[in-house]
Ligand binder design. Sequence first.
Ligand code: IMP
Length: 198
Amino acid sequence: MNKIILASNNNGKIKEFREIFKDMDIELVPMKEAGIDVDIEENGETFEENSLIKARTVCKLSGCITIADDSGLEVDYLGGQPGVYSARFMGHDTSYDIKNKAIIDKLKGVSGKDRSARFVAVIAAVFPDGRELVTRGTMEGIIGQEPLGENGFGYDPILFLPEYNKSSAELAPEEKNKISHRGKALEKMKTALEEAIK
Ligand code: IMP
């Protein structure tokens, strides 16, 4: 069985990754359990760069195949912001109620398709022999006129999904996992890993 380190200590992510990889012949170990405790500076300019920075760092320290992810909200009218700065936008400690209202305010007077936005997730896998795999998934929508829904986290209440006539925070968690940016990137990574470790 291949041991794969997950360069994250976020319980929600660990659960979601394990769920998708459950029928694979791998043991997914969160980095803390592997004895790795590092603060990695995510100073890349793209989701791809940031996920690779994390995966490369932990792969080097552990000597094992390592996967890492990076994600965020891209708003086209704002030139793709907050993008890789999604967690840091307006400060780490600012509540999402405030961040979400600020984004809606920035789009005052903007209508229809010009409000287009998406969640992006990128997953990187780095092998001790230097091989690197990168996959990407998106969930497309528009910035709603007001925050809606109680499920999820972060920017979920303001990403409105016209296809479902609901915000991302109005989707049930199982429903969201099936169509989410992270779910799509993970499924692609599963296929890429199966090919790479067979
Ligand atoms: P990270 O990938 O854990 O660094 O998360 C980046 C940030 O992107 C999160 O803190 C959220 O602000 C935002 N984000 C990523 N995925 C989602 C999502 O599914 N819903 C809401 N916000 C998200």
